[in-house]
Design a protein around this ligand. Structure first.
Ligand SMILES: Cc1cc2nc3c(=O)[nH]c(=O)nc-3n(C[C@H](O)[C@H](O)[C@H](O)COP(=O)(O)OP(=O)(O)OC[C@H]3O[C@@H](n4cnc5c(N)ncnc54)[C@H](O)[C@@H]3O)c2cc1C
Length: 451
């Protein structure tokens, strides 16, 4: 049995071999923790409810038919196949028995730990309106992306067969709620899909007449970026044909469309890119969390009252050196994972770790073809140069040569021939479909199914 002991008020691990580390979540934070524990005298179990690690920054490209699912996700078991000290388990964690030092799984099994790392990320928040989710799915998982892709492509297919002008207009209206990086990237790419990629393929509709409406409650797009880059991003979106509606909170999403400000807009495809809610890690431990459910951690990323439990990534909140919260982005989750691995190793050696210190390298967002913004602090870039840096950075951060090559070739194809190879209508997550099909009598029949 291995114990955390307190010496002079500081946590230290009285080591026995092997020290059992359980990592929950194989996203950016969890996987980095495991990678950085290479060579440590520990036995590691990593458990995730999905069998793949997902590169979320390019998820919108799957949703908009630019990339295939397998180009941005990798089996966790494959990534860790060379690590004999790591056991990979597919399972959903439902709680933590902190007294017994056991992680609880949904099938009743439990996993014992000496050190636990929670890296369970975040999901969507509908600000108390979860009933909107079936009509306005968010983008977080591969299933979300294929659901959105199916809806976008099906809307064009339905419009091609629709004779009623009002219904056709609703099918050709795409609403994105939330103008952060994901909302901006989705809006710009859907506009390019409709105006550049699809027009030649349809006979009864002109896809260039598609409306893409980006609704944002705040006063500017990309609010986390400097104002000049927000202005540039908004102008670029408008040039692509995106209608940007700022200062409007959405008050309803339903099968017919959205209500924002005093307007009701008929739209058969709505995408939610507005709110984030942390995983229930804080609830599992019954510890303090912020309004978005993010667990409040100690300066060494351990959980207050539980020195043997750490939490990293989107499921925690901690202040950066400038006093602002560390942003919910992949590099932050990786830095935290790396730090926790070093703390575990230092504790095993009986050393006292320095507090976590976040370092921000920059913020990037793509708007469209050869359009991106980058904020490196003093250096701010926009346009084609920013887009090239954005592209190279994303290819660099993908895992494996095959995926890097596949994504690079796909992008080359899209940007020279304006073709998107992943325009497949396939199964998605089981949701109420807000689109409709004409019944035999020519009336619309709403489809509510798990297709
Ligand atoms: C659409 C989108 C675009 C983004 N774009 C960017 C970008 O351009 N740049 C950037 O830096 N960041 C971006 N982000 C944010 C970035 O992806 C996150 O900050 C990062 O993934 C956080 O890492 P994490 O390890 O905390 O969580 P995640 O990477 O989300 O991993 C959490 C893991 O935990 C698993 N899990 C959750 N609950 C359980 C459970 N109960 N039991 C078992 N397993 C569980 C999940 O399956 C998942 O594998 C984007 C996010 C999204 C959704």
């Amino acid at each position: 049995m291995t114990n955390i002991v307190t010496i002079d008020g500081k946590a230290s691990i009285r080591a026995t071999t092997p020290h059992r580390v359980v990592v929950v979540g194989a996203g950016f934070g969890g996987l980095e923790t495991v990678y950085r524990l290479t060579g440590a005298d520990v036995s590691i179990t990593i458990v995730d409810r999905r069998n793949h690690h997902l590169f979320q920054p390019l998820l919108y490209q799957v949703a908009t038919a630019s990339l295939a699912t397998s180009e941005i996700a990798w089996p966790i078991r494959y990534l860790l196949r060379g690590r004999k000290d790591v056991t990979t388990l597919l399972g959903t964690v439902t709680g933590v028995d902190t007294a017994a030092h056991r992680v609880q799984l949904d099938d009743g099994q439990t996993l014992p730990y000496d050190t636990l790392v929670l890296a369970t990320g975040a999901g969507h928040a509908y600000f108390g309106h979860d009933e909107w989710e079936p009509f306005a799915p968010g983008l977080k998982t591969l299933e979300d992306a294929t659901t959105i892709r199916r809806r976008i492509l099906t809307a064009f297919e339905r419009a091609e067969r629709e004779s009623d002008a009002v219904k056709r207009a609703a099918l050709l209206t795409f609403v994105i709620i939330g103008a952060g990086p994901t909302g901006v990237e989705l809006a710009g790419t859907i506009a390019e899909l409709a105006r550049v990629t699809l027009p030649e393929d349809f006979r009864n509709i002109d896809t260039r007449e598609t409306r893409v409406v980006l609704i944002e409650a705040g006063s500017r797009v990309l609010a986390g970026f400097p104002e000049e880059l927000s202005t540039y991003a908004q102008r670029s979106l408008e040039k692509l044909g995106v209608e940007v509606a700022l200062g409007h909170a959405v008050s309803d999403c339903n099968i017919d469309g959205v209500v924002y400000g005093d307007k009701a807009l008929g739209a058969r495809t709505i995408i939610w890119a507005a709110g984030v809610r942390a995983s229930p890690a804080a609830e599992w431990l019954n510890v303090a969390a912020d309004r978005a459910g993010r667990l409040q951690v100690n300066p060494d990323l351990s959980v207050p009252g539980h020195p043997e439990i750490f939490a990293v990534g989107d499921t925690v909140t901690i202040a950066a050196p400038d006093g602002k919260p560390v942003p919910g982005i992949a590099p932050a989750a990786k830095q935290e994972g790396r730090y926790v691995a070093s703390v575990i190793k230092q504790r095993l050696r009986g050393e006292t770790p320095a507090p976590f210190r976040y370092s921000h390298d920059g913020s990037l967002a793509q708007i469209g073809k050869k359009l991106a913004v980058i904020d490196f602090g003093r250096v701010r870039l926009r346009g084609a140069l920013a887009w090239w840096i954005w592209g190279i950075a994303h290819i660099y951060f993908l895992i494996g040569l095959r995926n890097r090559l596949a994504v690079a070739i796909n992008w080359l194809w899209i940007h020279t021939l304006d073709q998107r190879g992943a325009r497949l209508i396939t199964q998605g997550r089981a949701v109420v479909d807000s689109q409709s099909v004409p019944s035999h009598g020519g009336e619309e029949k709403r489809v509510s199914s798990a297709r």
